[in-house]
Design a protein around this ligand. Structure first.
Ligand SMILES: Nc1ncnc2c1ncn2[C@@H]1O[C@H](COP(=O)(O)OP(=O)(O)OP(=O)(O)O)[C@@H](O)[C@H]1O
Ligand SMILES: [Mg+2]
Length: 229
């Protein structure tokens, strides 16, 4: 389990997150909230990309608050930013090979097989440049690079943004598969509250850099529906 305790963080002296307490436990944990509420900032803080003023991040009992991002990656934590992080001018296969550059050949092939079991649609795209793929396919590839690295905690920042509703639905289904088949612990940041809460096991609502709700997704949905005019 990854726990966040009393986290205060921001960009240099610009304080954005206030006393955030949350956890990324087994299953899918959703973080929802309006633009600018601090969702991406929270993922960046957990991954070690911004300034932490106080509070702690604990991963499987170990204090990783001050650990560098590359160390967190090695420990099995992956952060996929809002902007796609695939190498556009490399092929799908090359992207996967680079993600697994520390693995020996047989291990790499094994992991690529795991990826193809979840994303069979990538098989026929192996030779294509990542840059020419659709938004949904790029998301699949970005997630695949995390699978190659054998991530245990996957932090996804708006994986369905800018996708058609059909593609967004298929990305959501893949996220469910990652939870059910590979037992990944997933932090899911989404602006599309309904679709995120529909597949989540726990929900957090952020407003102004604070978590104002933490609990059952259906309870949060009910509250939101209730407040609708
Ligand atoms: N690199 C940065 N430097 C300074 N301030 C930033 C930076 N990135 C974000 N912020 C500020 O931090 C606050 C939270 O932004 P954040 O990107 O975390 O919001 P968000 O909830 O992810 O919003 P969105 O749904 O639009 O992605 C905003 O006030 C934003 O202006
Ligand atoms: Mg964001």
């Amino acid at each position: 389990m990854l726990q966040v305790k009393g986290l205060n963080a921001g960009y240099k002296e610009l304080h954005i997150l206030f006393d955030v307490n949350t956890a990324i436990d087994a299953g899918i944990t959703a973080f929802v909230g309006p633009n600018g509420s601090g969702k991406s900032t929270l993922l960046k803080a957990i991954f070690g990309l911004i300034t932490i003023y106080s509070g702690r991040i604990i991963y499987d009992g170990m204090d990783i608050t001050r650990m560098k991002p590359y160390m967190k990656t090695r420990m099995g934590i992956t952060y996929l930013p809002q902007i796609n992080n695939v190498f556009s001018n490399l092929s799908v296969k090359e992207n996967l090979i680079i993600a697994g550059y520390t693995l020996d050949k047989s291990e790499l092939n094994e992991r690529i097989q795991t990826v193809l079991d979840i994303f069979p649609e990538l098989e026929e795209s192996m030779g294509r440049k990542a840059g020419v793929m659709s938004g949904g396919e790029k998301q699949f590839l970005a997630i695949s690079t995390a699978l190659i690295r054998k991530s245990e905690v996957l932090m996804l920042d708006e994986p369905t943004a800018h996708l058609s509703s059909k593609l967004a639905e298929s990305v959501s289904q893949k996220i469910v598969e990652l939870r059910d088949k590979l037992k990944l612990r997933i932090a899911l940041v989404e602006q599309n509250i309904r679709s995120a809460l529909g597949i989540s096991d726990r929900a957090n609502l952020l407003l102004g850099g604070k978590i104002v709700f933490s609990g059952n997704p259906s309870e949060l949905l009910e509250q939101i529906n209730h407040q609708r005019p």
